[in-house]
Design a protein around this ligand. Structure first.
Ligand code: APR
Length: 173
């Protein structure tokens, strides 16, 4: 068990971490789901900042301050829309985690919270996404990462169970 990894059920906007990851869209102008929740909790200054960034391509990430969130930073990442699995979706989702970790290093982040990127409106299959998330995290932690805490914040018990099962497969083969 890697005790730096936490898998919990909860609301990502309440996490006391250095950075929360937002499942954004390419405009970075907010939306529904976790994007809407983060913008509501952070307040209007978040949109004022993200509207100046100029968007973000799928698979990439951009940072902003967290404003009224407990987290100092928000890392906005744009996951792939699931189109059946033949349009490079797996690599694009993996790239979301890789670019989040890269930005976290640049910001000096020690603790980070992720939602289940792309598994809502973007309809990426949950088990497949959880495996990608945990595999990329395993690779990050094998690289002498400065991260001390990585929290996967699951919004439902189904997501929680899926992440817990995937964790077992990847970290305790
Ligand atoms: N805390 C944690 N997880 C949450 C929260 C929350 N407050 N709200 C929603 N979630 C979960 C969803 O249940 C889902 O498991 O986040 C996961 C991602 O779902 P979405 O938010 O729909 O994100 P995604 O599938 O990546 O679609 C992104 O949706 O909201 C729009 O602007 C966003 O266009 C973008 C698209």
């Amino acid at each position: 068990m890697d005790n730096r990894i936490k898998i919990i059920q909860g609301d990502i906007t309440r996490q006391e971490v250095d950075a929360v990851v937002n499942a954004a869209n390419t405009s970075l102008l907010g939306g529904g789901g976790v994007d809407g929740a983060i913008h509501r909790a952070a307040g209007p200054e978040l949109l004022e900042e993200t509207s100046q960034i100029g968007g973000c391509p799928t698979g990439e990430s951009r940072s902003s301050r967290g404003y009224r969130l407990p987290a100092k930073w928000v890392i906005h990442t744009v996951g792939p829309v699931w189109l059946g699995g033949e349009r490079n979706e797996d690599n694009l989702l993996a790239s979301c985690y890789q670019t989040c970790f890269r930005l976290a290093r640049e910001l000096g982040v020690r603790s980070i919270a992720f939602p289940a990127i792309s598994t809502g409106v973007y309809r990426f299959p949950l088990q497949r996404s959880a495996k990608i998330a945990l595999l990329e995290t395993k690779k990050e932690l094998e690289k002498e990462s400065p991260l001390e805490k990585i929290v996967f914040v699951c919004f439902s018990d189904v997501v929680l169970k899926t992440y817990q099962d995937s964790y077992g497969e990847i970290f305790r083969p």
